[in-house]
Design a protein around this ligand. Structure first.
Ligand code: DCP
Ligand code: CA
Ligand code: CA
Length: 368
């Protein structure tokens, strides 16, 4: 045992509390003490759209992320509540400042979404979880003093358990799970808290008599592989036993989303392309919204009549996910191409990159 303690990694996972709503509270003291609901209003107008997040006062009224705004208004009809549209510019700015603070604590840093990051502090604390607790408190204090925001921190031997620990006592929480306590910490938690267990998997697990992570840990890997397939079965077995070897590593611009289409006929008349362009923008926007993403760079891909491919891109001042930006900038880039080149266009595509997540950026693939 001694050997494993000496070798253990120490990972801190930091997640801001009710992030978008807390940013809004910070900017306007009149909101303090009231339910605050941040909303993504849809283009249809009125109250159509969904709740992005809400402060904990609103959560006491059962307000949840993703709920239709109309439901939320109904739940809060008897109290003085604050409903606000999302202000991504503000959240991005605050997020960057917080990430800069966190980077100051370690070279081994991984931002996992707009409001969370993992820090490998193994060397800084010499494998010592007591020292890690002190670092975590310093992080919480620094964010509170400099940014006037609370966060929750989990400290554990790996990213998987650190993230679960960060969510264990929210808001303003700190949960330290040293290596020898990992299994007992996980054992009583409901199975739904394990990353990768969605509603469907949860139902299958409940049918198998698996209620909490401890029940899952008791199942043999072979049996889980039989039910869930090799990759997922192996992952569940390891995860339930608190095993996650994935390193904390910087991830930048690794992912991009693109879509390309062939025009009905080769042309260099922008009016004949604009409809396809809009359809591409619509498709891309649907995909980024569905994945809770925002983009920082946007480009067009042009395949000309000579079958050569050209691309042009632009980096924006801040992250966004709006249709107007997609359309406006791709239209400008396309106009520039047509002005410069004599060639007719055969295929046109759009690519967004340097993506960030409004929620959790890790995908299950990271663990498999
Ligand atoms: N978000 C969103 N839609 C979702 C989930 C999240 O728009 N379905 C946005 C709003 C959140 C932010 O992402 O403020 C971070 O998401 P979290 O899941 O970390 O949730 P919160 O920070 O709001 O709350 P918590 O205190 O539970 O972390
Ligand atoms: Ca959060
Ligand atoms: Ca988060």
């Amino acid at each position: 045992m001694r050997g494993s303690i000496e070798k253990t990694r120490v990972i801190a996972h930091v997640d801001l509390d009710y992030f978008f709503a807390q940013c809004e509270e910070r900017e306007n003291s009149a909101y303090k003490g009231k339910p605050v609901v941040v909303c993504v209003y849809s283009a249809r107008g009125g109250d159509s759209g969904a709740v992005s997040t809400a402060n904990y006062i609103a959560r006491d009224f059962n307000i949840k992320s993703g709920m239709p705004i109309i439901f939320a208004k109904r739940l809060l009809k008897d109290v003085e509540a604050v409903f606000l549209p999302v202000n991504h510019g503000l959240y991005n700015k605050i997020s960057s400042e917080i990430m800069a603070i966190l980077r100051g604590y370690t070279d081994r840093f991984e931002q996992e979404s707009i409001d969370e990051a993992s820090l490998d502090i193994t060397e800084k604390v010499g494998h010592d979880f007591n020292r890690a607790r002190e670092i975590a408190l310093r992080i919480k204090n620094e964010i509170l003093e400099k940014e006037k925001l609370t966060c929750s921190v989990g400290v554990a031997p790996n990213k998987l358990v650190a993230k679960i620990a960060a969510g264990f006592q929210k808001p303003d929480g700190l949960t330290v799970v040293p290596i020898e306590e990992v299994k007992s910490f996980l054992s009583l938690l409901p199975i739904g808290l394990l990353y990768g267990v969605g509603h469907k998997t949860e139902r299958i697990m409940l049918e198998l008599g698996i209620k909490n992570i401890g029940d899952l840990a008791q199942h043999r890997a072979e049996d889980l592989v039989r039910v869930f397939g090799r990759k997922l079965g192996t992952y569940f077995h390891k995860a339930a036993n608190g095993i996650d070897e994935s390193p904390v590593q910087e991830r930048r611009g690794a992912i991009q989303i693109s879509k390309i289409t062939t025009l009905k006929k080769d042309t260099r008349n922008i009016d004949e392309i604009v409809e396809d362009l809009e359809r591409l923008c619509d498709d891309i926007q649907r995909r980024i919204l569905a994945s809770n993403l925002m983009f920082h760079s946007l480009g067009i891909i042009v395949v000309a009549e000579n079958m050569k491919t050209y691309s042009k891109s632009r980096t924006l001042d801040s992250y966004t996910n709006t249709f107007e930006t997609l359309k406006g900038i791709s239209y400008q880039l396309l106009t520039q191409f047509i002005e410069k080149s004599q060639l007719k266009i055969r295929r046109i595509g759009i690519r967004v990159s340097d993506l960030t997540s409004t929620s959790m950026q890790r995908t299950l693939r990271d663990f498999l």
